[in-house]
Design a binder for this molecule. Structure first.
Ligand code: SAM
Length: 191
């Protein structure tokens, strides 16, 4: 049974505070570590093209800008307006991209994606929310679900490994690539 129909207020407050100080709170645009992580993420995703891709928790759109080149259509969502403002700006030239405001799993769009990217977002969700997201993925998604997670401690209740383990309870086992400081998990959902 879900405890709440809304994302946790403390998580939203924490994210809002981060984005009020900077529209790039994790240095996605400039950090060599993030650039390496994006390269590993795109390698796990493969070349595509994907008919209908979805990135949940797109932040300021840095990864989405690269991902879009492999997608016929890409929908990206985030729950923080300041992040979306930055994402809309960088993604505006890419006609295949739609940017929507919302929190997963509560506001997931009406799509049947053939690629879902969850990059550094799962540990912001509660266990119940990850279970609901997993059910939605089983019902709506086909093809790869790619989960990228920092392997150190987080400021949230979950860390990356426990968040992925909860997703695997819903989706079944995936494959894991371990990198310095992060992991990339791939779940292949049947068509
Ligand atoms: C660390 S950033 C990662 C951004 C991007 N995916 C990347 O890897 O570069 C996590 C983003 O997820 C968003 N987020 C957290 N919980 C979310 C939720 N339940 N639904 C949608 N977005 C969420 C945050 O606002 C933040 O922008």
């Amino acid at each position: 049974m879900r405890r709440s129909s809304l994302p946790r207020k403390d998580t939203l407050d924490h994210l809002t505070r981060l984005y009020s100080a900077s529209d790039d709170p994790w240095d996605h645009r400039t950090s060599a570590y993030e650039a390496g992580k994006y390269a590993a993420t795109l390698a796990a995703i493969g070349p595509g093209p994907f008919r209908e891709a979805l990135e949940i928790g797109c932040g300021n759109g840095t990864l989405a800008r690269q991902l879009a080149l492999r997608c016929t259509r890409l929908t990206v969502m985030d729950c923080i307006p300041a992040a979306l403002q930055a994402a809309r700006q960088v993604l505006a030239p890419l006609a295949q991209v739609t940017v929507i405001e919302g929190a997963a799993p509560q506001d997931l769009p009406r799509l049947d994606p053939d690629l879902v990217v969850l990059s550094e977002v799962l540990y912001f969700l509660t266990p119940d929310e990850i279970a609901d997201l997993g059910r939605w993925l089983r019902d709506h998604a086909t093809g790869p679900v790619i989960a990228v997670n920092w392997t150190g401690p987080t400021d949230e209740a979950l860390d990356g490994a426990s968040a992925v383990a909860l997703l695997a309870e819903a989706l079944g086992p995936g494959t894991t690539d371990h990198h310095e400081g992060f992991r990339v998990d791939r779940f292949d959902l049947p068509g």
